[in-house]
Design a protein around this ligand. Structure first.
Ligand SMILES: C[S@@+](CC[C@H](N)C(=O)[O-])C[C@H]1O[C@@H](n2cnc3c(N)ncnc32)[C@H](O)[C@@H]1O
Length: 207
């Protein structure tokens, strides 16, 4: 792929999924994120516009083709990045459940790509942030996993709301969440109050 093809591929995809840059920017600014891991990224390189070092992982052949000329993707990011540091990107064209030889990260991004947080939590620094939605139930698994603490929710305004968090992840009529069912169906339940995205903090070992 040449520069024009890489740009066109990204632009077409960004138009389909909507502009996520502000969402990533909010998280990067609040939590001073310098290094992120994005498994199941497809070609969503928006995190690199606001985060200096991002590691992308995807096994889909279209994504592998896109990232094959890493310098060309990097060139596009260099044109659009909003930080002073040089941009660094890595890509692993593999199943994210398989071992990854990387240093711990400040942020794990999970967007519509299965149980990313469960597979990747060991790569997240203690105190690091998980940004995820509940499309496939990944936020639900994080909410009921002692590794994580819910610290914020984010809707279409891309502002992080850090109050009233006890109101989330409740089923109608006080029913219990069936984690086994979520794992089986790979679908987040319909809660009485929900948001597009959730931010969790990985607890420190002594907590
Ligand atoms: C629905 S797309 C979402 C892409 C992007 N995160 C977004 O929100 O636009 C899911 C992506 O996750 C990738 N994916 C799903 N499971 C994966 C796995 N186990 N290993 C690597 N990639 C995976 C797919 O190849 C696909 O590109």
């Amino acid at each position: 792929m040449n520069y024009e093809q890489v740009t066109e591929t990204y632009e077409a995809y960004a138009q389909k999924i909507g502009d996520r840059k502000r969402m990533y920017e909010t998280i990067a600014n609040i939590f001073d994120v310098k290094r992120a891991l994005y498994p199941g990224s497809h070609v969503d390189i928006a995190p690199s516009f606001v985060i200096p070092h991002v590691i992308y992982v995807d096994s889909f052949k279209g994504a592998i083709r896109f990232f094959k000329k890493l310098e060309t993707v990097q060139e596009l990011i260099d044109q659009r990045k909003e930080y002073d540091e040089p941009c660094a990107i890595e890509f692993f064209g593999q199943d994210y459940t398989q071992p990854l030889d990387i240093e711990p990260v400040d942020l794990v991004i999970s967007q519509y790509a299965g149980f990313v947080a469960q597979a990747m939590k060991h790569h997240l620094k203690p105190g690091g942030i998980l940004l995820c939605n509940d499309s496939h139930g990944d936020a639900t698994l994080a909410r009921f996993d002692k590794t994580f603490e819910l610290i914020g929710v984010m809707g279409s305004t891309n502002e992080l709301v850090q109050t009233g968090l006890d109101e989330y992840f409740h089923l109608p009529k006080g029913k219990d969440v069936d984690i086994a069912e979520v794992k089986k169906t790979m679908k987040g339940p319909k809660y009485t109050k929900q948001e597009e995205n959730y931010a969790f903090r990985k607890r420190l070992e002594r907590e």
